[in-house]
Design a protein around this ligand. Structure first.
Ligand code: HEC
Ligand code: HEC
Ligand code: HEC
Ligand code: HEC
Ligand code: HEC
Length: 269
């Protein structure tokens, strides 16, 4: 019992470290309610001692994918109704196997079963064509890592990732030295759009609590979210100029809503 509690505390602490301010689970009881009959989750949530497995489980447990009911089998394959390990694991292949659902070349298709628009935007890019043919190029997990609930890179790290191919001394790599700096700025522009949406959302909550009429602002926020979503889709085609334009518009429109809400809520400030 004590051991279990310590493990749970460690899992929660890990989640907070990985996703500060993003711990999503409301109560440890119902966190797994949607997965009662999912054998992957059942077994992996209980019996893991191996470092790698426990870490992977914890990443999933703290992720938006868990929140939305996406079990291990949706990405890994296997049979989530089979209770025995060997039976459940039929079809669960290491990501390095060419026919694995997680192989870098197959990942866009695996993720694309749910993220259609983003995956198809990505597969139209030169990156994907090079990935398919030469095996060079970023794939979904390059930027989203295991649980994909977020992008783990800062703008600076993103620019380093781009530089590793586009500003490399390797003559086989496509040299485009302007790309890394541009990508850094684009990531910053997405980030400030995300921040202003969070700020505005909090003000919307405050206004609801005060029972104020903010129908107009809420309508505007839909537009802002739409622009931001378009920016994120275009990112996956690596159309950096388009992303920048959309993300900046989302930021500018979001700022207008945020300022209007502040004025309504706190007229004396
Ligand atoms: C009854 C327990 C049990 C069930 C059910 C189970 N697993 Fe596992 N799984 C394990 C154990 C234990 C390991 C550690 C590797 C080993 O000892 O074979 C493991 C390893 C893995 C690995 C890592 C493989 C590697 O080589 O690194 C993945 C991925 C995985 N399981 C996914 C799944 C998925 C997906 C399902 C459901 C379709 C599932 N597991 C169901 C117990 C289970
Ligand atoms: C959204 C898709 C997705 C879901 C859901 C998911 N995984 Fe993964 N998993 C991946 C991807 C992609 C990789 C390979 C990328 C990487 O290594 O970072 C991976 C790698 C792993 C590995 C390492 C395997 C190896 O050979 O190195 C383990 C173990 C693992 N996952 C366990 C799980 C378990 C257990 C669950 C459910 C509790 C789960 N995953 C749910 C996408 C997913
Ligand atoms: C079975 C469906 C399913 C699969 C497969 C799946 N996802 Fe998701 N994913 C979701 C859902 C549902 C959400 C919650 C947000 C939403 O509704 O779009 C989500 C959220 C995300 C987010 C975060 C979005 C946000 O707003 O914060 C990212 C990034 C993501 N997925 C990437 C991936 C990647 C990469 C893969 C493949 C390794 C993958 N997903 C596989 C269903 C899936
Ligand atoms: C070069 C890095 C990179 C690659 C490769 C990549 N993504 Fe993304 N992805 C991002 C960035 C950056 C964002 C925006 C993150 C944010 O919200 O701040 C994002 C956002 C997302 C979102 C959330 C969209 C939304 O509207 O909230 C999903 C889903 C997603 N990616 C899926 C995928 C899938 C599926 C693949 C593979 C086909 C993939 N990504 C490949 C960097 C990448
Ligand atoms: C693993 C290597 C690799 C990484 C990492 C990488 N790229 Fe590329 N990129 C390529 C290859 C290969 C091409 C195709 C060159 C060609 O065929 O002209 C390419 C092409 C491009 C193009 C031109 C596309 C077109 O249609 O003309 C852009 C823009 C681009 N990459 C942006 C980025 C950005 C932004 C990043 C970082 C988020 C990045 N790349 C990371 C390998 C990479």
């Amino acid at each position: 019992m004590l051991k279990k509690l310590i493990l749970l505390a460690a899992v929660i602490a890990l989640g907070i470290m990985l996703f500060p301010g993003k711990t999503t689970f409301s109560s440890s009881q119902d966190a797994l309610a949607a997965f009662r009959s999912n054998s992957c989750v059942d077994c992996h949530s209980k019996s893991n001692t191996q470092l790698k497995l426990t870490t992977r489980y914890a990443e999933w447990h703290m992720s938006l994918h868990r929140d939305k009911g996406v079990g291990c089998e949706k990405c890994h394959g296997g049979d989530s109704t089979a209770k025995e390990q060997a039976k459940a694991h039929v079809g669960v292949l290491a990501g390095s196997a060419p026919n694995s659902r997680l192989h870098p070349k197959n990942l866009p298709e695996t993720c694309g079963t749910c993220h259609k628009e983003i995956a198809s935007t990505f597969t139209e890019s030169k990156h994907y064509q090079n990935l398919k043919t030469a095996g060079i190029g970023p794939t979904c997990s390059t930027c989203h890592e295991h649980m994909a609930s977020d992008v783990i890179y800062t703008p600076e790290q993103t620019s380093k990732l781009c530089a590793s191919c586009h500003d490399s001394t390797n003559a086989l790599m496509p040299k485009r030295p302007e790309i890394p700096g541009k990508a850094d700025e684009v990531m910053q522009s997405i980030r400030r759009a995300n921040m202003v949406v969070i700020w505005a959302d909090r003000l919307v909550d405050d206004a609801h609590n005060k029972k104020m009429d903010i129908a107009e602002e809420e309508k505007e926020m839909k537009v802002v979210r739409g622009l931001r979503a378009e920016a994120k889709v275009s990112w996956h085609a690596f159309n950096l100029d388009v992303v920048r334009k959309k993300a900046d518009s989302a930021f500018e429109e979001g700022t207008k809503v945020k300022d209007a809400l502040r004025k309504k809520l706190y007229p004396n400030q």
